[in-house]
Design a protein around this ligand. Sequence first.
Ligand SMILES: Cc1cc2nc3c(=O)[nH]c(=O)nc-3n(C[C@H](O)[C@H](O)[C@H](O)COP(=O)(O)OP(=O)(O)OC[C@H]3O[C@@H](n4cnc5c(N)ncnc54)[C@H](O)[C@@H]3O)c2cc1C
Length: 506
Amino acid sequence: MSSLPARPAMPRRGFLLGAASVAFLSACPSIARAADAGPAARLKPSDWLELERALQGGRIILPGSKGYPELSVGYNGAYENLRPAGIIWCAGAPDVVAGVNWCRARGIEPKIRSGGHCYAGFSMTDGVMISTGGITQGARVDGDGTVFLPGGLMNGHVYSLLRRHNVALTTGRCTTVGLSGFLLGGGIGFSMRNWGVASDLLLETEVVLADGRKVIATPDGPDGQLFWACTGGSGNNFGVNTAFRLKTMPVSTVTVFQIQWGFAGGKEHAVARALLRDLTTADNKFGSRLSLKARPPGPDNTTVAIDLIGQYVGAPAYVEKLLSGAMRAGRPIKKVIRTMAYWKAQDFLSEDDTLDRFHERSAFVAGSLSDEALDQAYGFLEKFPGRTNGTHADFRFFQTGGKMNKPDRESAFVHRRSDWLMDAGMSWAPAAPVAEIEGCIDWQNAFFERMWREGTGGAFQNFADPALQNPQAAYYGDALDRLKQVKKTYDPGNMFNYAQSIPVAA
Ligand SMILES: Cc1cc2nc3c(=O)[nH]c(=O)nc-3n(C[C@H](O)[C@H](O)[C@H](O)COP(=O)(O)OP(=O)(O)OC[C@H]3O[C@@H](n4cnc5c(N)ncnc54)[C@H](O)[C@@H]3O)c2cc1C
């Protein structure tokens, strides 16, 4: 796969835990623990040697080994203090089988990592990490239009393959997100209103189970319950997914848009109201993400207050018409509406891969957000206490609904009656003083608690939120009891677990 993008190094600002991270972790006690070190701390060199002999192409990466600094960290810098005692870097499913068996024999509960982008650091550990990052060989689009994807691919690898065949899946914007984590949590993107979430396109998945068996789960096969659980039941609950087969969709051209409004006119509130009202009426071929920014200190004429980005499978005139109310409410400072080839359009829509320390809190909403709630949201955004350069907050809306609300089959992704996924996001600069971060966290929690009352009661499992109350109920709703039963069948000893994992049914 030489033409694929290289796995990027993820440089960190330092190995020591920053003061800002301490403030964040103490506000989220559920992940402040260092839970996994126990049995891993007792490992002897002979244990690792035994594992090394069992690997078939993979390798063990210990502190001090080549590659450890890059591979031991995740995307969210808030969890930079969690570094593994050792990484089992797998090159294929046999290595995963060897790693799982080795862990089980020693009472180790490994953390599985693919792209390392979990918002809440759930793939980070101070124990043993099983990385699927080397499982990249054999990706292909077959003659029947399905695609076979090894579990270690990043989204960018998948895009390179699909664009060569002019087909697509529902995909996100960030090329370094791991395919496995993205898919197992449902997987949202601009095409979800047209095709459903990414896991709606899943046809089969290969999984290494806690007992070391490897199975291929299909909807109608003997492991149909496991297949179902993999359509939204999230990673590191049932086993290690080492490959996927999905249905693809043919693509040609698409209209993309990015419209930005500034703070200068002071009209952002009216623009946001028009956008939420009008976009909620859009047809299924339209997908968008709206970001309402917290006011930074001293905005100038170029400071972005509202950023709208998305795609429409159709002519630009439809987009112009849909946005006409917002344009009347406020004059944009940037306006791009352009038709282009589908994959060129995805390049346009892709987001910068900037590493950060961040915390996000999401909730699904049915219908448009009420005017009263939007007024209150602006009340919060105008009072964001972040002052240090590089500390930001915004209130984001991912447009859901359409086909996403009408799946063709049953699914563990239960968020099927929404029009928006809202997300109160906050990121902070490493240099921010602890008191400022604590103020930002309090602000975010108060903001989120108010907005949560507007939601369906669902939160997005791919935007893992360590501060969420009753997280499993919010992520899995009515599917939770069945997911617990699947867990009991496939991982009765709870080998695969983390702070918000699915418990084993009683
Ligand atoms: C910048 C950015 C952009 C994003 N954009 C989108 C988006 O557009 N749409 C969307 O839906 N989500 C998006 N996400 C969220 C992302 O999909 C989830 O965080 C996802 O879980 C990340 O997967 P990963 O493999 O990179 O992360 P990891 O941290 O490696 O894994 C995430 C979880 O899955 C488990 N896991 C990983 N690999 C496997 C495996 N092979 N088998 C079993 N369990 C496994 C891990 O243990 C962990 O619990 C974004 C995240 C970031 C940081």
